[in-house]
Design a binder for this molecule. Structure first.
Ligand SMILES: *[C@@H]1O[C@H](CO)[C@@H](O)[C@H](O)[C@H]1NC(C)=O
Length: 479
């Protein structure tokens, strides 16, 4: 304590700013000087997870919540209008009636010039918090994260009538905002509100849903560089008008349609579409399922993904999930030519088809590196062009014109089927100079030796590397 007492104020403030505010407040009981200093800590981290205890009865938890809110009020009033840089607020079991209080806290922090604000709001069952837009006015805010957690609610219930944090984002004024992360929040917005954020560079929309019956969502911003959309619920269509976008990561449910996809400067895209097993079944056998379909035509929905692909056609690096590859087999007719694509990564699993592979490979005229994460796939009618599943006329045809130089195969297990596939790929990729095979299973030494020995006879024109658990195991050079 004595050691601390001798430290200058700025240093103590700095140390205090690493503690959560509750710890800071407890510490400050110890000395008058510290109590005085808590008023000047530049960072505020209020984390009520220490209070969170689902075992407690409802009455008890209301009491705790009341004292938590009083605590926040006390800290904020103690700090008056001293400037603040970063603040994170994890709010305990909030209710509809607490909305104004949260609004007041946000207003307080923004008025004091906070640059980074991280809000995590826990909701009780059946409760609802609405953040108003009037409190979102700041010339200093650079980074905003808004996250809600529903306690005791299944995530898939959220889109019905379960509790939500709603955000009235119309009329917000955040001219410096660069990063916006929104998770599990319902938007009460004019769908174009993102346009009003002139400095926005990074946007994450995770499990977001649009209220007021917004059927067609548009993500529109002239400046945006990176966009991550993850598990979002679209009732209708989604459009992206983001001409400066460089990085796009999409793990969304397939929307009904993609009317506008403007991403002409895109460099890297990772697409991992979410579909239900039922959607895949219906798409594979549309006639069997017509009766169940209602107004949702799954085949049409999958065909429209072609518009998304067309919008990202300028990418240099593309990463596709196994599901996405199967969805693409429904839009082969509209597949764009990926003129800039240098590196393509494709994940495979035994449940999804490779039917889009021939078209995809043919439409990458400048491909240099192909990474296949897994070789097994669901065998379907049109197999046999890029793969060797079915013996057919024109086998391997799509591969022969492909300029790919480097092939990487990940998750290789050395099965006979995989060996045949590698042989096939080595036969038909005529420009191949290097192949890297990654094995992450422990194969007994002798078997591995046999696999390597076998592979030596497949192709003598390219360098081969075997990597086991990340370490180089064997390699040989082209002859
Ligand atoms: C493939 O489907 C089966 C049966 O539905 C499932 O058990 C298995 O986990 C699936 N595999 C992958 C990689 O998703």
């Amino acid at each position: 304590m004595d050691l601390f007492s001798n430290l200058p104020d700025e240093i103590v403030c700095h140390i205090l700013s690493f503690l959560t505010t509750k710890e800071t407040a407890l510490t400050s009981v110890l000395s008058k000087r510290w109590r005085y200093l808590i008023a000047f800590v530049p960072n505020l981290h209020i984390d009520n997870s220490v209070f969170l205890n689902p075992e407690e009865g409802k009455h008890k938890s209301q009491e705790i919540q009341q004292s938590f809110m009083d605590f926040v009020d006390r800290v904020l009033s103690l700090q008056r209008n001293s400037p603040i840089k970063k603040a994170s607020l994890k709010c305990l079991s909030m209710r509809d009636s607490d909305s104004n209080r949260v609004d007041d806290w946000i207003s307080n922090l923004l008025a004091r010039g906070v640059c980074e604000l991280d809000l995590l709001i826990y909701l009780c069952m059946d409760e609802y918090v609405l953040l108003s837009s009037k409190c979102f006015e700041s010339r200093n805010l650079v980074k905003l994260k808004l996250d809600s957690l529903c306690i005791g609610v299944q995530p898939d219930m959220i889109c019905c009538s379960a509790p939500v944090v709603g955000w009235l984002a119309e009329g917000i004024v955040l001219p410096m905002l660069k990063t916006l992360v929104i998770k599990s929040v319902g938007f009460y917005v004019d769908e174009f509100f993102l346009r009003a954020l002139p400095a926005l560079e990074e946007l994450v929309l995770d499990d977001v849903f649009w209220l007021w019956n917004v059927m067609d969502v548009t993500v529109s911003n002239a400046n945006l560089k990176t966009l991550t959309v993850n598990s979002n619920h679209y009732t209708g269509t989604i459009s992206f008008d983001t001409p400066s976008l460089v990085y796009f990561c999409c793990s969304d449910y397939v929307a009904k349609d993609y009317p506008v996809v403007n991403m002409e400067n895109l460099v890297e895209a990772r697409i991992s579409l979410l579909v239900t097993e039922d959607q895949i079944k219906r798409a594979r056998a549309p006639n069997d399922y017509l009766l169940d379909e209602g107004d949702d035509n799954v085949v049409l929905r999958f065909e429209n993904v072609g518009k998304l692909m067309n919008g990202i056609r300028n990418v240099q690096y593309l990463d596709l999930s196994a599901v996405t590859l199967e969805v693409l087999s429904f839009c082969c007719d509209s597949m764009p030519v990926f003129n800039n694509l240098k590196s393509l990564t494709i994940k495979s699993d035994e449940n999804h088809t490779w039917q889009a592979m021939p078209v995809l490979i043919r439409n990458c005229p400048h491909l240099e590196t192909l990474v296949l994460e897994g070789l097994s796939h669901h065998v379907a009618d049109n197999c046999g062009d890029a793969c060797d599943c079915v013996s057919r006329k024109g086998k391997g045809r799509s591969l022969t014109s492909c300029p790919v130089k480097v092939l990487e195969i990940k998750g290789f297990q050395g099965t006979e089927k995989e060996m045949d596939m590698v042989k096939h790929l080595l036969n038909y990729f005529l420009c191949l100079m290097e192949i890297k095979i990654y094995m992450n299973v422990d194969i007994k030494g002798r078997d591995l030796e046999a696999i390597v020995e076998n592979m030596k006879h497949y192709n003598k024109n390219c360098n081969v590397q075997f990597l086991v658990n990340g370490d180089l195991y064997k390699e040989w050079r082209a002859q």
